[in-house]
Design a protein around this ligand. Structure first.
Ligand SMILES: Cc1cc2nc3c(=O)[nH]c(=O)nc-3n(C[C@H](O)[C@H](O)[C@H](O)COP(=O)(O)O)c2cc1C
Length: 211
């Protein structure tokens, strides 16, 4: 079987203009609720694309930890490659694909850091192991070995023995504030449904795009 031979039809559902909720956050919530019921692994995973100041894109998966009318929140290391790219160019895109539902959601907009209080609140909710991991990882840097990480874990465990692990100052959240959000539903003969919401002042304009 070659890659070129891999194909399937998308037949599960459709997306009509009249079924789209007026606000893309409500639409996201409605689709997310269905995705949660569908038992999709890493259902909150999204590809995050950033772009360096000189126009070179990169992307990676992050886990969405907040979604409301203010935007979409993820947490990371503020010294990582993605963070350095966001410092230089605070525009980003998220892309979610839920294969069992034949659905894709694309979100584009500007990114800002969440408040320290929001980062603290989420950090406190994480398991201790993840909290320590945040101290150990010099995310995106070249490191000599696996042993280097494990040694750092031993050291940080010792440092915070018998006490709460504080949030590292270089770890926290970002919020992507959407300018556009597109909902894609796979259909037969590659005539997929695409409904895009575009911000127009305080309102959202809804448009159908060719598949
Ligand atoms: C399922 C999954 C979830 C991930 N979640 C996060 C996350 O929430 N935050 C994060 O910084 N990295 C996360 N990662 C790791 C990133 O994909 C990436 O390797 C890391 O952030 C470094 O990216 P960068 O060097 O481009 O900054 C996740 C990876 C996978 C596969």
């Amino acid at each position: 079987m070659s890659l070129a031979d891999l194909r399937r039809e998308y037949t599960m559902s459709g997306l009509r203009e009249e079924d789209c909720l007026p606000d893309p956050f409500m639409q996201f919530e409605a689709w997310f609720r269905v995705a949660l019921e569908t038992d999709i692994p890493d259902v909150n995973a999204a590809a995050l694309a950033t772009c360096s100041a000189d126009g070179r894109p990169s992307n990676r998966i992050v886990l969405l930890k907040g979604a409301d009318a203010r935007g979409f929140v993820f947490f990371t290391n503020y010294l990582s490659r993605k963070a350095r790219e966001l410092d230089a160019n605070p525009q980003a895109a998220l892309c979610i694909y839920w294969a069992p539902l034949e659905r894709q959601i694309r979100i584009e907009g500007s990114v800002e850091k969440v408040t320290a209080a929001e980062s603290d609140e989420y950090y406190r909710s994480r398991p201790r192991g993840s909290q320590l991991g945040a101290w150990c990882s010099v995310q995106s840097e070249i490191i000599p070995s696996r042993a280097f990480l494990e040694q750092r874990l031993v050291e940080w465990e010792k440092q915070f023995e018998n006490q709460d692990v504080p949030r590292p100052p270089n770890w926290g959240g970002y919020r992507l504030i959407p300018e556009t959000m597109e909902f894609w539903q796979g259909r037969v003969n590659r005539l997929h449904d695409r409904i895009r919401y575009r911000r127009a002042g305080e309102a959202w304009v809804r448009e159908r795009l060719a598949p």
